[in-house]
Design a protein around this ligand. Structure first.
Ligand code: DQA
Length: 144
């Protein structure tokens, strides 16, 4: 099984960026934890600060990836193009946010991608990625 973890803008700085909001763990640490815990799962990681690059990556998942865990960062709240890409690739996708976007600024309560995803996880920090991966492992290819 191949699962893609896709992170949008500014998430490359996680661990040092506003740690009171996003925590002190970086994605290298998370990925080695996930890969050690699930050696049988191919976990592909992609991060970009560029909207089009995220869309191109999602397109590249067609036909070879069983699930996508997507933290679109601020594009969550702005990008119809990213929402369309989730629909276009037709791969089960989980929306993820480290912080609880519903407990923050009003503009973070709008998500263009939520309705295109099978579900959303928000506010559980890095643990959210573990839960999302566990969902795909347990639900298998019938996740959608
Ligand atoms: C975020 C929440 C977004 O509102 C914000 O723009 C981010 C990170 C999160 O993981 O909590 O960059 O997606």
């Amino acid at each position: 099984m191949k699962i893609a973890i896709v992170n949008g803008p500014n998430l490359n700085l996680t661990g040092s960026r506003e740690p009171q909001i996003y925590g002190r763990t970086d994605f290298d640490t998370l990925l080695s934890t996930l890969r050690s815990a699930h050696p049988d799962v191919e976990i592909v990681y992609f991060q970009s600060n560029i909207e089009g690059a995220l869309i191109d990556f999602l397109h590249s998942c067609i036909g070879n990836t069983q699930g996508i865990i997507l933290n679109a960062g601020a594009y969550t709240h702005t990008s119809i193009a990213l929402a369309d890409a989730i629909s276009a690739v037709a791969i089960p996708c989980i929306e993820l946010h480290l912080s609880n976007v519903f407990a923050r600024e009003e503009y973070r309560k709008t998500s263009y991608i939520a309705s295109k995803c099978i579900g959303s996880i928000s506010g559980l920090g890095m643990y959210g990625y573990k839960l999302a991966l566990a969902y795909f492992i347990n639900a298998g290819e019938d996740a959608s």
